[in-house]
Write a protein that binds this ligand. Sequence first.
Ligand SMILES: *Cc1c(COP(=O)(O)O)cnc(C)c1O
Length: 404
Amino acid sequence: MLDVSKIRQQFPILHQEVNGYPLVYLDNGATTHKPKVVIDAIQQYYEKQNSNIHRGVHYLSQLATDEYEASRETVRKHFNADHLHEIIFTKGNTEAINLVANGFRTLLTSTDEVLVSAIEHHSNIVPWQMACESSGASLKVIPMNDKGELDMKAYESLLSNNTKVVAVNHISNALGTINPVKEIIQLAHQVGAAVLVDGAQSGPHSHIDVKDLDADFYCISGHKIYGPTGIGALYGKEEWLNKLPPYQGGGEMIATVSFKETTYATLPHKFEAGTPNIAGGIALKTAIDWLNDIGLDNVMAYENELLEYATQELAKIEGMRFIGEASNKAAVISFLVGDIHPYDMGMILDKLGIAVRTGHHCAQPVMDEFCIPGTIRASFAVYNTKEEVDRLVEGVKKAQQMLS
Ligand SMILES: *Cc1c(COP(=O)(O)O)cnc(C)c1O
């Protein structure tokens, strides 16, 4: 099993006081902290390897290129993808989704439809709205039930031969709902639609197998899986990546350039214009290796324990209302207490050294569905403890006394 105190020792940032209390960090859905090995990898890159990649014949450039490409191989394995060239480095999930949605602008026509779900992050809504706006296609929404689960019957009836893209998250950042993506993909493929899975929240908590899922696109964000900000990875099926036009133009993504005609590089470089976040790419490998060393099964089992314990203890608080009670749920708890505004609760918890997220969590339509301004969200990572859950519960009770 998993030795949490040993894991915590590897996170320098956790060992500090905030407002006179030991920090309790429960905002992992927004970003996770980085273990020492990841911080070291970034430092080591700048101290010993720094050079531009894919261009120089000199020693450092070769070294940096080899390290960066080794990371691509680690991501490929982590996704269980067939080909290295199906892995595109991005700066995060927002960029990955924009890359795909932007490409679809040219493939969509005015009779086409794009489906997104009611529980998406803004970054899996707005790029598709933009793609629909410029192509004339329509955006349709897969509804959810009052537990925050997708309505699969409604989904099936929305699917038609006009459906060209289905974009859904694997795990909702606002509610913790784990979506049945394999089934969603199977159904979409029956009408010939491509499926993009936003794996920002599944990356740190579960196995990813793009082949088993038969996903057309799947993306993860480095900063949510114990890696740096400004790096992420997009898997795309070769046939789709070949169909999509390049995202940005510039160096690295070309084969030949002249004023008469420019030809594009082969995959994956076609989608990787300009100098990338090299240090981030290299450190992403370190983060994935670190996570796999702990073992995703251990991570899942431990986080489930935390989820169950926290849900059980929070439920004892008078006026507790959970937002999102899917039967298949990750370690994310969105809640409200009585009629206390989430922001007021968040402020008091912060005074007690407890970091939670308050607000709409970049998922405003979800909050509108529940007719609430937002929630308080505690999202857990592998370094959180039951003692921290106790601190949260005490903090919520204290805030409740102060505010009512
Ligand atoms: C964080 C998040 C994003 C955005 O990812 P970035 O890498 O921060 O741009 C998209 N979708 C979900 C579900 C997220 O949690």
